[in-house]
Write a protein that binds this ligand. Sequence first.
Ligand code: GDP
Ligand code: MG
Ligand code: ZN
Length: 294
Amino acid sequence: MRQQQGLVINSHGRFFNVESNGKVYQSTAKGKKTEFVVGDTVAIDIINDNQASITELVPRNNLIYRSDHYRSKIIASNLSQLLIVIAVKPNFNIGFLDSCLICAESSAIKPVIIINKMDLPESTEFAQKLTDLYANTLGYEIIKLSALNNCEQLGNYLKNQRTLLIGQSGVGKSTITNQICPEANAKTGEIAKYETSGRHTTTHATLYHIDGNSDLIDCPGLQEFGLFHLDIEKVAWYFPEIRDHLGNCKFHNCLHLNEPGCQIKTMLNENLIDSNRYAFYCRLINNLKTKKHY
Ligand SMILES: Nc1nc2c(ncn2[C@@H]2O[C@H](COP(=O)(O)OP(=O)(O)O)[C@@H](O)[C@H]2O)c(=O)[nH]1
Ligand SMILES: [Mg+2]
Ligand SMILES: [Zn+2]
């Protein structure tokens, strides 16, 4: 049997498509408990022209996943960048955006926010408000786009990166993917039937090559983004507006909820910290507090 290295480009249940030397092998991991994910580099044994067996995982540089009280789900690995796609339609959820940013911060992966569907008239005000807070106040990069028209602005961002597109269903991730990689032929506009039916919650993220050194991963099926795996003590570091003032509270282990002498609370009262972001912070902390009871 020949052994070689490959890249996991997508998965279906216990099958992983592994690309190696320009060929794609349907692969399984015999007798291994390890779960593999898009972006993993693995060692494979070639069985025949179409099939291989995964024998080993090359250690990951990073791994992003989501989790709730009961389980966690790995999404992708070895990323250099997270493009968080949002749009005024069909159902913008600011908590989802905040969760994606915390995910990026906690994994030390650079996030970029894409506001898509700028061709819709209601996008102008929407984009202005979000730009004020997320770019001008918090310092995140924002790109405004109409993927239906073109995605040329993304070219420079995607070069020499492995980028994961995340966002709620219907924001335009697959449309962007098809603009960037026409051969991807990703299905668009197919939200209701398949992504939201309870039985089909498996995500089929797929990696596409833009060029020899740039990859794009389209990831469907995320409606919520649990962060149950975070350490409660570290969460404040993932909020730029809190991070910059840590150490100024009376208690060194202040969680910035109701402690006396809390600098963050003071700043909130002076409107120096956005109240919705702070409310999101509190929800996250209070959710993580329930972990202790298990
Ligand atoms: N008006 C408008 N519609 C868009 C744009 N980009 C995508 N759409 C539409 O939004 C719907 C969902 O797009 P899709 O790419 O499937 O979203 P995904 O679920 O994030 O992959 C489709 O009907 C697209 O045609 C855009 O820039 N403007
Ligand atoms: Mg899609
Ligand atoms: Zn505090």
